[in-house]
Design a protein around this ligand. Structure first.
Ligand SMILES: Nc1ncnc2c1ncn2[C@@H]1O[C@H](COP(=O)(O)OP(=O)(O)OP(=O)(O)O)[C@@H](O)[C@H]1O
Ligand SMILES: [Mg+2]
Length: 445
């Protein structure tokens, strides 16, 4: 996918996500307000009902008195408390608010809003808050000359409303997180696919280049052999034949390397376990590199300290693992390579290290070098030949043996690759002693 398209996708996805978050916030705020209005409405209705009930009772008492003592006994009350039946008020409040499933913690009282005086408050708590409560109704109908308010204050009002909408809040946040995660994952996958496709392109370019050189050399050498005069010089004939032979070997080696990784790619390969002497194999591989090392005027150092160096492993893959590491150590050492190979026993296993004093690897590249097709960009990709498959192969194979790979490197100072092979891997899997079919997971994702 083109970079511009990815950028557009990221932009639209981020805008949509921000839009959804804003809409959700808007709706949540609306729900909160609605719930608040609902609670206010229910409280006001209850308070009005209480006042009406108090008024009816007051009128009934008045009527009864008037009937008993005549109209002369009636006189207009001066204060509300004169006509207020407090026990009745308390029981009405309890009845109304229990029926409404009101929160347990609430305070009610009668007060004068104008002069900020609370004239009745059972328990006496939250007096100040009562004076400013939004849930209050007038009691003027009970006593015109003493216009008081009956109010209720709910201390945990906000928390209570939030509790009611908590499930929706949690669900919204959860779904938003899932959506954000899905978007992030998709974008990450697109980036990964893009990088993989770029690496594959590099690989194909590389491979074509690597194959082109031996093919051209073989073609030239065979052309020379076809010339009739060449047969007069057996020495020249031999030289051209040997060039064809060497280049053919090189081609074969390259094809084998690519095929090996193609097998890893398919996800299945067989391991044929045999007991091998690690020190002996290491010496053998070092010997194979002695010619190249001599040509490059480099040297090997060995520190074989492992006392126990017998290991159950697949011999051919084990050789290839070491081969790849030494090949890298020499390839990526400008000038004369200095390669140290050491062994030690650790945690019931054997630790094999291949260290060089070469160009080293930057920290940001260290994370990627075990990925399939990954090569550190040196500006000129064909400067040092390779397919970017060696370390991917090493990691996959060491892990198939139950081991692990770690590395440390410093740019321009050198690199060190540590392989750990546990002795008990095959004991843990007794049925795999002969041949082991491995399911491999692509480290390149
Ligand atoms: N010892 C080392 N010193 C410095 N850089 C290294 C070393 N080993 C590996 N690298 C870096 O890691 C990259 C990946 O190495 P890897 O062995 O997988 O591929 P390659 O050597 O490029 O090709 P191949 O091994 O397939 O022929 C290399 O391109 C190189 O940049
Ligand atoms: Mg390599």
């Amino acid at each position: 996918m083109k970079k511009r398209n990815i950028q557009l996708i990221i932009l639209f996805a981020s805008l949509s996500l921000a839009g959804i978050i804003l809409t959700q916030l808007f709706w949540m705020k609306n729900v909160y307000r609605l719930k608040e209005e609902q609670l206010d409405g229910r409280t006001d209705v209850a308070l009005r009902r209480i006042v009406t009930e108090l008024m009816v009772t007051r009128n009934d008492t008045m009527m009864a008195r008037m009937m008993q003592f005549g109209t002369t006994c009636y006189h207009e009350p001066i204060t509300l408390m004169e006509v207020l039946d407090i026990p009745l008020l308390d029981s009405l409040v309890r009845a109304e608010f229990s029926w409404m499933e009101f929160p347990r913690d609430y305070a009610y009282g009668i007060f004068h809003r104008k002069d900020g005086r609370v004239i009745y408050s059972p328990g006496g708590a939250y007096k100040e808050e009562l004076l400013h409560t939004r849930n209050a109704v007038s009691m003027e109908c009970l006593c015109k000359s003493d216009p008081c308010m009956l109010g209720v204050y709910i201390p945990g009002r906000q928390g209570m409303i939030l509790q009611q909408i908590l499930i929706w809040l949690v669900l919204s946040v959860l779904f938003l997180l899932v959506l954000a995660g899905a978007i992030f994952f998709s974008i990450h996958s697109v980036f990964q696919q893009n990088r993989l496709s770029q690496m594959k392109t590099d690989f194909v370019n590389n491979m074509t280049h690597e194959f082109k050189t031996p093919i051209a050399t073989i073609s030239l050498a065979s052309e020379m052999l076809l010339k009739s005069q060449i047969h007069e010089s057996p020495e020249k004939t031999k030289r051209y034949a040997s060039i064809i032979f060497d280049e053919n070997l090189r081609l074969k080696h390259q094809v084998e390397q690519v095929l090996k990784v193609a097998i890893l790619d398919k996800g299945e390969f067989m391991l044929k376990y045999i007991e091998l002497d690690v020190h002996e194999v290491l010496r053998e591989v070092i010997k194979n590199f002695s010619l190249i090392m001599k040509e490059r005027e480099g040297r090997f150092r060995t520190c074989m300290h492992a006392r126990q160096h017998q290991l159950q492993a697949d011999r051919s893959h084990f050789i290839s693992i070491i081969d790849n590491l030494i090949d890298n150590a020499i390839k990526y050492s400008p000038g004369s390579p200095e390669v140290t190979i050491s062994t030690a026993n650790e945690n019931d296993g054997i630790l094999i290290s291949v260290a060089d004093k070469g160009m080293g690897i930057s920290t940001e590249n260290q994370r990627n070098i075990f990925r399939r097709f990954y090569r550190v960009h040196t500006g000129n990709i064909h400067n040092i030949k390779g397919f970017g498959l060696g370390l991917f192969y090493v990691k996959t194979m060491v892990e198939a043996h139950g081991g692990s790979v770690s590395m440390s490197s410093e740019l321009n100072k050198g690199s060190r690759f540590d392989l750990f092979f546990p002795f008990d891997h095959v004991k843990v899997h007794p049925n795999e002693n002969e041949e082991k079919k491995v399911n491999h997971e692509d480290t390149a994702g």
